[in-house]
Structure formats: C-alpha cells, structure tokens
Design a protein around this ligand. Sequence first.
Ligand SMILES: *[C@@H]1O[C@H](CO)[C@@H](O)[C@H](O)[C@H]1NC(C)=O
Ligand SMILES: *[C@@H]1O[C@H](CO)[C@@H](O)[C@H](O)[C@H]1NC(C)=O
Ligand SMILES: *[C@@H]1O[C@H](CO)[C@@H](O)[C@H](O)[C@H]1NC(C)=O
Length: 508
Amino acid sequence: MRFLYQILTAVAVVSLVAGACKKGSTKAEMRRLPEGLKVGVATAAFQIEGGWNASDKSPSIWDTYSHTPGLIKDGTDGNDTCKSYEYYQRDIKMLKFLGVDFYRFSISWPRVLPSGFANKISKDGIGYYSKLVDELLANGIEPVVTMYHWDLPQSLQDLGGWANPLIADWFEDYARVLYDALGDRVKTWITLNEPKQFLIFGYGMNRFAPNIVSPGIGDYIAVKNALMAHARAWHLYDKEYRETQKGTIGITIATDFREGASDSPADIEAGKLAMDFEVGFYSDPIFSSTGDFPERMVKRIAEKSAEQGFPRSRLPELSQEEIEFIKGTSDFFGFNHYSTKFYSPDKYTNGTFAVPSYEDDIGAVADYGGYELAPMIHTTKIPKGIRKALNWVKDKYNNPRVMITENGYGNFGGDDDLDRIDYYRAYIDAILDAIEVDGCNVETYTAWSLMDNFEWDSGLKAKFGLFEVDFEDDKRTRKARLSALWYKDLIANRALDPAEPKFEEILF
Ligand SMILES: *[C@@H]1O[C@H](CO)[C@@H](O)[C@H](O)[C@H]1NC(C)=O
Ligand SMILES: *[C@@H]1O[C@H](CO)[C@@H](O)[C@H](O)[C@H]1NC(C)=O
Ligand SMILES: *[C@@H]1O[C@H](CO)[C@@H](O)[C@H](O)[C@H]1NC(C)=O
C-alpha cells in the first residue's frame, strides 16, 4: 500500500513537472546555457544602413541590383532600409536592452573605399564604423565584424568582381585598411559571409547581385577566387597584425544540413554529395587536413564536364601551392544555419535544371521532407538538422572552434511571433544537445536578426527581426516583438524558457 502510494506520488510529481515545462518551467528544470557560451545578434550593412548615397559612398552591386526594376520580389530597394547609418545609436540601445554579449555587423566596402580600391579612404565611411565600434565597447558589447556581406563596390564588379582573380589583391588591400583603422578595438573578424549564397546565387542564377548567369562555370571560378581572397586576408592578419592586435579571424559558411530522402544507398550518397556541394566546397579547402575541394565533387564535375564536351573540368583546379595557401586559414568555423533538405537522385530527370549548372551537377531533387514549411521556406523548422550539421563539422574537421554566426526564422510579420520563439527554442535546445551530449565545440550563438531589414531578393516584406521596424515611418521606429522579450529573458537568466514571455509595447 505504501509502495503504491509512492508510485502514485511519483506519477503526480512527474505530470506536474511535465505541465510546468509546457507552461514555462520553474528555475529547477530550466535548461541552462553552458558557461562561456556567448550570445548575440547579427545584421549586415546593406540590409540595415540605408544612406546608399550618403557622403562619398559609391554604389554597391546590391544598389545596382535593387534599382533594376523587377528583380526584388516586392519592388522595394535598400536606399534607406532601417536608416541605421543615421540612427545607429538607437541600435545600440536595442542591443543593450537585449543584454547581448556581442553584436555581429558588417562593413560596407564602397562606403569605406568609394573607388573600390585602397587609394582613398572615406573619412565619413570609416568614421561611421569607428564610432559604432567605440559606442558598442562603451556599452560593454563586443563588436564581431564581417568584412564582406555581399555589397561589393560596383566599380569592382565592372572589372569582373569575384570572377576576376585580382579580387584577391583588392580584398587584401581592403582588409588592411580595416585592420589599420579598427583592429585596435575589433578582436573578431569574419572575412566573407556565406560564399555559396553570394557566388552560386550571384554568378550562377539570376537571383542575387551581380546577376551574372554563368551556371556551373562562372560561379565555380568565383568560388576559387573567393577562397584565395579569404586566405590572403587571413595570412595578412596572421603575419602582420595578430601579434599586436591579438584578435581572431575566420570565415562564415552557410552550413544548412543535407541528407538522403530515405535509407536507400543512392539517397544516402546523394545526401553526402549535396552536403559537399553546399558546405564542403568552401570548408574542405580551409578546414580539412588535406585541403582542396571535396573529392566526390571534383569527380562528379569532371565527369559531367567531359560528357558535356568541355575540354577540362568546369571546376577550376587548385594547384598544390594554392591548396597549401588556403589550408588552415580560419581560426574558427563561422556557422550559419537555417534548415535541412532531403535529396533523392531517382526523381531527377534531365531538364529539371539547366545543363550545365550547380544543381545539375548535384543531380538530385531536394525537398523539406514533409515538414511544415515556414513562411520563408528556407527557414523551415527541422531542429535535429542543426545538431547533425554541428556533428558533421566536428567529425570532419577534428572538432574545431565553432561560432554560430546566424540562425533565425522568417515570416511575413506580426508582433506576436510565437512561431519565431518556437523555432529559436527548438534550435537552441538542439544546439545544447550538440554541445553537452556530442561534445561540439560551440563558442557563440547569434540570432538573425536584430530587426526586420532588407532581405535581399525578398525585399522589405520578409521579416526576420526580433524587433519589428515600421518602414512607413520616416524615423523607422522599432518595436520589440515577443521574441525580443523572450531572447532578453534567455540572456538574462542564461537558460531556455525561464518564464512565459508577456507582451508589452516597447518602442525604440
Ligand atoms: C540620394 O538618393 C536619393 C534617392 O534616390 C535621391 O533623392 C537624392 O537626390 C540622392 N542624393 C544625392 C546627394 O545624390
Ligand atoms: C532609390 O534610389 C534610386 C536611384 O536614385 C531611385 O531610382 C529610387 O526611386 C529610390 N527609391 C526610393 C524608394 O526612393
Ligand atoms: C541525361 O543527360 C546525360 C547527358 O548530359 C545523358 O548521359 C543521360 O543519358 C541523360 N539521361 C536521360 C534519362 O535522358
């Protein structure tokens, strides 16, 4: 009898705890963030600054692209966006409100170097970033700076942009300007953000600036040049600045997960090949012990190129010297992640994609595996995918330092964004599993994004912000969404779901 009573009591306690978990947990069962994990938010220059022609700034390829009628889905442009160039101090107040450890933002190359070259540094341009860095530090927020987040000076695009191997010289010159001007205070540098997105979408598809459509050729040439440019900036820092400035420098790669649609060997192999195309293309040359592009990918593109009558592979070779030069050039693995796709080669038929092209080289059809699609489809919630992607990095590259530099959810608005909270909660929980159960070496978590902004080809209509921005209002007033209050609680308590967030109107 007594025994039964104990069991009943235990059952009652368990169901009580389960109920409490659903509603918002008590202190005792909250999932705590590991000690040392830094938490922040991210933005990018073109997406938030506006001031597209302020002072002596020259146009970037995204100015050109968004000014071309028909290319941005909702017909908006990046002329003004959040007006952060004008009102950056307000952004700092919002960061302070959230309580973040760091702020990841990017620098606009044509704002700092209006000709694209390092002959003349814009006083106003570099001055803007210098003030931003100073005021972040004065507020106890660490600057994490992306040197290139897609807004190439149009003048350099006119010379071929990333398809011109001289971009490695131009980028190294630009990097030197930044280290000289800001490196005394900036201790974390990210060279390039998401090479796949600006190179494959920019030089292989008509989807992103500069809108060069050279699928399976121009995009691959640009990838090699971008890897060389990244490595040049890293070596420059390593040789001439590291000792005095004592910072850390790496690259950020979009590390969405790819896997087979089923357990069939063909699907599994297609998933691995797709992961090589999606991530390994950029990460293997830098992080693997052998260097160079992934073997599977080199073989596939060489075979297809031969079938298609090309005298050599469309994928440029890396010489032994280039392999050695690129290998090891990142102090950490900058990891962006949004979702997972599932691949099957069986359903693939000729004519699905252009020949040649990146997708045709993969040669498989992909979908989101029946998961409920997010409004911004590429942020469809599949949290176990981030754990798998973190483990892929850990297993392949000997458990490097990982900085999660972006993760977030896109919809079409509303301040009661329970869907966004639900996404963040599930992904952070999966990341904690990767850290605590699997031993992945994750140092930062970064939410994308601080506020709604210009979401590239989707324009202003797509919403990723913890803060909502009123784009009709000349001042671009910001309002904290429920997710901002939830994230603030997460940071303050260093735990998942310390309390049910309650909406209150907070404006900046
Ligand atoms: C900047 O761009 C805006 C919007 O296109 C335009 O109205 C304004 O005249 C431009 N300013 C300068 C100084 O060119
Ligand atoms: C942005 O600037 C371009 C170039 O001056 C201009 O054509 C466009 O109308 C501007 N957009 C808005 C919303 O004012
Ligand atoms: C698809 O095209 C390739 C050449 O690019 C050819 O070898 C193959 O037989 C074609 N497959 C089908 C099913 O037509």
